[in-house]
Design a protein around this ligand. Structure first.
Ligand code: ATP
Ligand code: MG
Ligand code: MG
Ligand code: MG
Length: 576
C-alpha cells in the first residue's frame, strides 16, 4: 500500500470528550470519526485493524466447528414478542417502525433470529450439535455511550449460538467455545483474565467473561493470586459469605423486598427519627439485565436533614451496610471529598437528589459518593479517614481486597478490566418460549439446549490500546496492527536511488504477504515519523541517500528507543 493512495488523517489534538487513551489515540490517529453519540465511521486505517480482529476470530471460530452466517440487522418485532424481550428489554433495545407502522428492532444480539433458524432447519438430533455465528453490526442504545469504540451504540460483535440435544452436550459445546476464546485472546497478545460471571437465573457456573486488564476498565474483577480463582464483582458478591455486616444492614434487609417502601419504614427499622431533622432517605438501586430484570440492587443511604419531600423509595436487595452514622454538612462534604457542589449522590441513583448547601447528610463507612459527574466518584469512603483515589465507576462492595478467597487458598485482589468477550450457557431460555424443538432419538420433540458467545470486535482494538500505548501514540501488537511495516524514504523526490530502493523493498515485502505501507507522501522526516508512531505501526524502515551509499537502512521497532543499522539486503528477510 502506498500512503499517497491511502487516507491518512492524523490530528494534533484529540476532542475534548475523549477521556481515555484509546479514544484519544484512535481519534488522533484517524482510525475512527464520530458521526453521533456512540456512532463512528471506521476510517480506512481503523478498519484494517477491525478486519484483522475479525479474521482471527473467524479463523478460531471455524476451527472450533462453528459455521458463519449473517443475520439481518433489522428484525421483525414478532420474533422478539415470542420471547417477551420486545416488551421486557429496556431502552437499550432500539425499536423502529416501517411505513406500515409495523414494529422492528435493530439487533442488539440475535438469539430470537437464530432460534427461529434452528427450529426450521435443525429437525433431528442427528443434526446436532450445531453452532452458528455472525460478525455483524449491533445497536444498543447505551445509557452512557463513551470512550469511543469501547462503549459505542453502533458496534460490531461476533455472536455465536450453539444448539445441543441435552445439557451435557451443551456443556461440551460451551467448553469448546471457552477454549476457542482462550485461543483467540492469546493471539491478540493482550493481558487478559477469564473470570466467572453470573449466569443469572440459569444457575451453575457456565458463564465467563474475558476481561482485558486495564485500569480504565469499567468492570471490577476479583482474583486470587495464589489460586486460579477469578470472578467478576457481581459473581464474587453473589458468593460472598452471606449475612449482614452490621445491625443497620440487618435492619435494611428486612425492608429489602423489591417493591416500594417509604422513608419512614426504613428509618423506623434503623431506629432513626424521620421527622423535621431527618426528612428523607435516598438510595441507589437496580442494575438491570437486557430484559429490564433486576440483576442487582444496591442501597446507599443518604439522609437529608431538613424538609425534603422524597417520601417514596424503592427498596431492592441490600448487599451490606456499615453502621455508624455521623452527620456532616454539605459544605464539609464538598470540601472533604473535593467534589463539586450541586448533585452529590450515590452512583446509580436514577433520580439524583439535589443537595442544597447547608443541609446535613449522614455518612456511613465504606460508601461511595461523588458529584454526579464523570470521574468524581470515590469508593470506600470513610468519614474522617484518608480518601482513596477517585474512580470513574464506583463500587461499594461486600467483597474487598484482602478478603479470603472462596477456595480458601489465599487473599483476594481486585483489578479493573474491559469485557471483550462473554460465553454463556443458556439452557432452554429461548428455545422453550419459541417452541424450538428437534426430534430426539426416541421420536419425541425436545427443546434445544443453547449457549451464546459474544466478542466485542470493535471494543477489542480500544482495549488493546489501553494496554499498549506511550506518549507518542499507539503500539499495536503485530497481530492486529493496521500495517506491520512502514517504509519511510527520506528525500524520495530528490533521489532516484532512494525511490527505487524503497519501492523495491515495499514490493518485495508485499509479495511475501507482509502488510507493508510505503510512505511516499514526501513529508519531512519528523512529521512522517510522528504520524507512524501515533498510528502505531510496529516496524519501521528508514531509507536515505547517506545510508544507501553504504548499503544500509535504519530499522526501528515501535518499542525501541533507538534505530538499528541493518544492511538493505537483509531487511526484507528480517521482516518476513
Ligand atoms: P457491557 O457489560 O460492557 O455492557 P455486555 O455484558 O452488555 O457488555 P454482552 O451482551 O455480553 O455485552 O455482549 C458481548 C460482547 O459485546 C461484550 O463482551 C463486549 O465485548 C461487546 N459489547 C457489548 N456492548 C458493547 C458496546 N456498547 N460497545 C462495544 N462493544 C460492546
Ligand atoms: Mg451492556
Ligand atoms: Mg457485561
Ligand atoms: Mg456480557
Amino acid at each position: 500500500m502506498k500512503a499517497s493512495q491511502f487516507l491518512i488523517s492524523t490530528q494534533k489534538e484529540a476532542p475534548a470528550d475523549a477521556e481515555v487513551a484509546s479514544h484519544r489515540l484512535m481519534m488522533r490517529a484517524g482510525m475512527i470519526k464520530k458521526l453521533g453519540a456512540g456512532i463512528y465511521t471506521y476510517m480506512p486505517m481503523g478498519l484494517r485493524v477491525i478486519r484483522k480482529v475479525e479474521a482471527i476470530v473467524r479463523e478460531e471460530m471455524n476451527r472450533a466447528g462453528a459455521v458463519e452466517c449473517t443475520m439481518p440487522v433489522v428484525q421483525p418485532a414478532e420474533l422478539w414478542q415470542e420471547t417477551g424481550r420486545f416488551d421486557k428489554m429496556g431502552p437499550e433495545l432500539l425499536r423502529i417502525q416501517d411505513r406500515h407502522q409495523r414494529d422492528f428492532v435493530i439487533q442488539p444480539t440475535s438469539e430470537e433470529v437464530v432460534t427461529d433458524i434452528a427450529r426450521q432447519e435443525l429437525r433431528s438430533y442427528k443434526q446436532l450439535p450445531r453452532n452458528l455465528y455472525q460478525i455483524q453490526t449491533k445497536f444498543r442504545d447505551e445509557r452512557r455511550p463513551r470512550f469511543g469504540l469501547m462503549r459505542g451504540r453502533e458496534f460490531i460483535m461476533k455472536d455465536a449460538y450453539s444448539f445441543d440435544r441435552d445439557a451435557a452436550s451443551a456443556q461440551r459445546s460451551y467448553e469448546r467455545m471457552s477454549q476457542a476464546y482462550r485461543a483467540i485472546f492469546d493471539r491478540f497478545g493482550l493481558r487478559y483474565r477469564a473470570v466467572a460471571a453470573d449466569s443469572g437465573a440459569i444457575g451453575g457456573d457456565l458463564s465467563e467473561e474475558f476481561q482485558v486488564i486495564a485500569h480504565t476498565g469499567e468492570d471490577a474483577i476479583v482474583y486470587c493470586p495464589d489460586s486460579d480463582y477469578a470472578a467478576n464483582m457481581e459473581k464474587a458478591e453473589a458468593l460472598a459469605p452471606a449475612g449482614p455486616r452490621s445491625a443497620a444492614a440487618e435492619a435494611m434487609q428486612k425492608v429489602a423486598t423489591p417493591g416500594k417502601s417509604t422513608c419512614a419504614d426504613v428509618a423506623a427499622l434503623l431506629g432513626l427519627p424521620l421527622d423535621r431533622t431527618v426528612k428523607s432517605l435516598v438510595l441507589a438501586t437496580d442494575e438491570t439485565d437486557e430484559r429490564g430484570e433486576v440483576l442487582r440492587s444496591q442501597v446507599w443511604l443518604l439522609l437529608v436533614r431538613g424538609d425534603h419531600d422524597m417520601n417514596e423509595i424503592k427498596v431492592g436487595k441490600v448487599p451490606g451496610l456499615d453502621a455508624g452514622f455521623r452527620f456532616a454538612t454539605v459544605p464539609e462534604i464538598i470540601e472533604h471529598f473535593g467534589t463539586k457542589p450541586g448533585y452529590l449522590g450515590p452512583i446509580g441513583l436514577k433520580k439524583p437528589v439535589r443537595i442544597v448547601a447547608d443541609r446535613e447528610v449522614a455518612l456511613m463507612a465504606d460508601w461511595v459518593c461523588g458529584a454526579n459527574e464523570e470521574d468524581f466518584h470515590l469508593r470506600g469512603v470513610n468519614w474522617g479517614r484518608d480518601l482513596p483515589e477517585p474512580h470513574a465507576v464506583a463500587d461499594l462492595r461486600n467483597v474487598v481486597e484482602g478478603d479470603l478467597s472462596p477456595d480458601g487458598r489465599g487473599r483476594l485482589a481486585i483489578e479493573r478490566g474491559i469485557e471483550v468477550g462473554h460465553v454463556f450457557y443458556l439452557g432452554t431460555k429461548y428455545s422453550k418460549p419459541m417452541n424450538a424443538t428437534f426430534l430426539d432419538e426416541d421420536g419425541k420433540p425436545k427443546p434445544f439446549e443453547m449457549g451464546c458467545y459474544g466478542i466485542g470486535i470493535t471494543r477489542l482494538p480500544a482495549a488493546a490500546i489501553e494496554q499498549n500505548h506511550d506518549e507518542r501514540g499507539i503500539v499495536w501488537p503485530d497481530a492486529i496492527a493496521p500495517f506491520t511495516v512502514v517504509v519511510c524514504p527520506i528525500g524520495m523526490d530528490r533521489s532516484a536511488e532512494v525511490r527505487a530502493a524503497a519501492e523495491q523493498l515495499h514490493d518485495e515485502l508485499a509479495a511475501a504477504g507482509v502488510d507493508v505501507m510505503l510512505d511516499d507522501r514526501g513529508e519531512r522526516p519528523g512529521a512522517m515519523f510522528a504520524d507512524w508512531e501515533l498510528i502505531g505501526v510496529p516496524h519501521r524502515v528508514v531509507l536515505s541517500d547517506r545510508g544507501l551509499k553504504e548499503g544500509q537502512v535504519e530499522y526501528q521497532h515501535r518499542r525501541d528507543k533507538e534505530p538499528t543499522r541493518m544492511p538493505l539486503a537483509e531487511v526484507a528477510g528480517f521482516l518476513r
